[in-house]
Design a protein around this ligand. Structure first.
Ligand SMILES: Nc1nc2c(ncn2[C@@H]2O[C@H](COP(=O)(O)OP(=O)(O)OP(=O)(O)O)[C@@H](O)[C@H]2O)c(=O)[nH]1
Ligand SMILES: [Mg+2]
Length: 290
């Protein structure tokens, strides 16, 4: 618990058998639930995570690779079902420092923010620690994401170290969040359309000697460019042209199984995601949308 809030840390992991154990062990004891989402890794990621003896640890495995955004959405759904007040995301590759967790959660605990993202550029050593290719990419994408998301004060858009309040998770349509690299950019536009308050907290950048990344032109740059254009158009459409419609399809996610509100849009079952973590109502007879 953190100041009376039940906290989950979601750890998306794909082929991280070397790093995931240390990542999980580093998460402080006051975190109530650690939800490792192994996205159909072909190495021993799930086994390495399960070897850690820790209260509240769950290892969820997708049957097929769904992408980092989809893995995070699976973890978010589980945290909602566990009754958590806050769900943080900490990558399974050991690039996020657990000492930064309290300052990510604090603005939510203080009632000042619904969602908090890390910003590595708020710490001076970032210029020394982050590789030049990442510095340039981050700066360009941060500026573009300001435009696409409508949050003009935010920076370091690609930082995946975040804390989301229950309120934010219930307002988002988790089934529609972009499933692969590009999800942070997509998520920010969705938070904006839902009218949620987003804050930033300084976090450390970690790029050790064993650093490796799944980011390539094909896996990241092209999808992220597409997400930025799509998010901008969607946000402008939802904010300025759809004034009579609700911000996002919240009820479908918010309502527990069996208690869906009339008129809620029921999501399609997500392929590769375990049955118990399918979106609320998935696969049931669809209602008509409001
Ligand atoms: N669940 C899931 N996780 C993934 C997938 N691809 C990457 N990840 C995880 O997402 C985290 C971040 O991935 P990276 O490729 O290192 O990207 P990054 O850390 O944002 O960027 P770098 O600065 O290049 O390291 C890691 O914990 C990966 O294991 C995927 O397809 N599914
Ligand atoms: Mg990484």
């Amino acid at each position: 618990m953190f100041h009376g809030l039940r906290v989950a840390v979601v750890v998306p992991a794909y082929n991280e058998e070397v790093k995931v154990g240390a990542t999980v062990r580093g998460i402080p004891d006051w975190v109530d639930h650690v939800l490792v989402v192994d996205d159909a890794s072909w190495d021993g990621t799930a086994r390495s995570a399960r070897l850690v003896a820790r209260r509240g640890l769950e290892v969820i495995r997708h049957e097929r690779n769904c992408g980092v955004g989809a893995a995070i959405a699976t973890g978010y759904r589980r945290s909602l079902r566990l009754g958590c007040d806050v769900a943080c995301v900490m990558a399974g590759d050991g690039q996020m420092d657990p000492r930064d967790l309290p300052q990510l959660i604090q603005p939510i605990a203080d009632g000042q923010a619904d969602y908090v993202k890390g910003n590595r550029f708020l710490r001076p050593e970032v210029w020394r620690v982050m590789p030049p290719s990442r510095l340039v990419g981050n700066i360009v994408l941060s500026v573009l994401t300001r435009i696409s998301s409508g949050y003009w004060d935010l920076f370091d858009s690609q930082c995946g170290y975040t804390a989301a309040s229950r309120r934010a998770l219930l307002a988002l349509d988790l089934d529609r969040v972009f499933p692969r690299y590009g999800y942070p950019n997509d998520l920010l536009a969705r938070l904006n359309v839902a009218g949620l308050r987003v804050a930033e907290a300084p976090v450390r950048a970690i790029y050790g000697p064993g650093w490796r990344s799944g980011i390539t032109l094909r896996t990241a740059l092209y999808p992220v460019s597409w997400v930025l254009v799509r998010s901008l158009l969607w946000r402008l459409h939802r904010r300025y042209l759809c004034l009579r419609r609700p911000a996002l399809g919240g009820p479908a996610v918010a309502a527990p199984q069996g208690e869906l509100e009339e008129g809620a849009v029921l999501p399609e079952p997500a392929e590769g995601v375990p049955a118990e973590l399918q979106p609320a109502g998935a696969g049931r007879a669809a209602c008509t949308s409001a």
